[in-house]
Design a protein around this ligand. Structure first.
Ligand code: NDP
Length: 299
């Protein structure tokens, strides 16, 4: 293996420490405690794990955590009423509605009901527009985490060829916008892209956000490229069929032979996502109070 492993777990620890430091300053100098409200509808097991982890880390960084668990058959109107209440609550600076929502709800309507200033997931249409036009916005957590790791590794990204595989609203598109904002030459690839292997081979920065285990092999990676693997796929454990393991969208073993740097799965992008949620909450709180934002924690 020749690639440098980008340790997202350690990086996320540093981000959380910065967040905690800023929280202490907000409390001691201004008497303000940043608060994050997380809303979970239904009992999706993966969502429950995420929500628990988010709440725990929120409290560990000194912020207030407000968890709202609603039954799966809650009406959309009742969820919107809760969002409205949280929008008006001065103790709440960030609101996250855990996706996916049950099928009878329209997630666009729910997300767009959140006050954009409290939209710490960065999915509200106003934040999407602000990001797209290069203005100050709330930035989606996963792409923000990827950008932080890339900036940390490279310093300037200016002029680099970046290929983002995947065009979802939550990862691929905002990732591409952020890379463009840092003056990369950006290609967005997707399921209809012709010669995906050739497109990937042109990338100095290759971001995989597809959801297909190991679909990007080492011979699609340009020698020396930086590979950011966003994919989280649960597959059967190769040595024990009764167990499962998490793998990314990149075939780690072969890609690590060629890449200059690579994020592992698990322990790469994943931990950065929650760290960036905490960062966004402290940013939202600072903005809401007209105070300086924490440095290095926003795009
Ligand atoms: P989506 O399913 O919303 O999007 C997947 C994208 O991949 C689509 O744009 C799709 O193209 C593209 N795609 C699918 N098949 C191919 C193919 N064969 N070749 C090229 N492109 C293809 O997924 P998400 O963006 O939500 O998530 C992507 C991955 O990232 C998942 O594994 C998810 O679990 C993970 N994830 C990880 C997070 C983290 O914290 N680390 C957070 C969020 C997601 P098309 O549009 O043409 O259909």
């Amino acid at each position: 293996m020749s690639a440098t492993i980008i340790d997202g777990k350690a990086f996320a620890g540093r981000v959380r420490a910065q967040v905690a430091e800023h929280v202490t300053r907000l409390k001691e100098d201004h008497g303000i405690t940043p608060g994050l409200a997380v809303v979970l509808v239904g009992e999706d097991p993966a969502s429950q794990v995420y929500v628990r982890s988010k709440g725990k880390q929120t409290v560990e960084t000194g912020m207030a955590s407000f968890e709202h668990k609603l039954d799966a058959d809650t009406s959309e109107a009742d969820l919107l009423a809760l969002v409205d209440k949280l929008n008006r609550d001065p103790a709440v600076h960030g609101i996250l509605v855990q996706l996916p929502l049950p099928g009878h709800m329209n997630s666009d309507i729910v997300i767009n009901a959140i006050d954009p200033a409290k939209d710490v997931d960065g999915f509200h249409i106003s934040n999407v527009g602000l990001l797209g036009t290069g203005q100050k916005s709330m930035v989606p957590c996963t792409p923000l985490g990827c950008l932080m790791m890339l900036r940390d590794h490279h310093g300037s990204l200016s002029g680099m060829n970046a290929v983002v595989v995947g065009r979802s609203n939550i990862v691929g598109k905002p990732m591409a916008q952020l890379l463009l904002g840092d003056s990369c030459t950006v290609t967005i690839a997707h399921s209809r892209t012709k010669d995906l292997a050739g497109v990937c081979r042109g990338a100095d920065i290759l971001v995989a956000a597809v959801g297909r285990p190991g679909m990007i092999p080492g011979d699609w990676v340009k020698p020396g490229a930086t590979v950011i693997d966003v994919g989280i796929n649960r597959v059967q454990h190769p040595e024990n069929p009764e167990k499962t393991k998490l793998v990314g969208d990149v075939d780690f073993a072969s890609a690590a032979e060629v890449a200059g740097a690579i994020t592992p799965v698990p322990g790469g992008v994943g931990p950065m996502t929650i760290a960036c949620l905490l960062a966004n909450t402290v940013t939202a709180c600072s903005r809401a109070n007209g105070l300086a934002e924490p440095e290095g924690l926003t795009a």
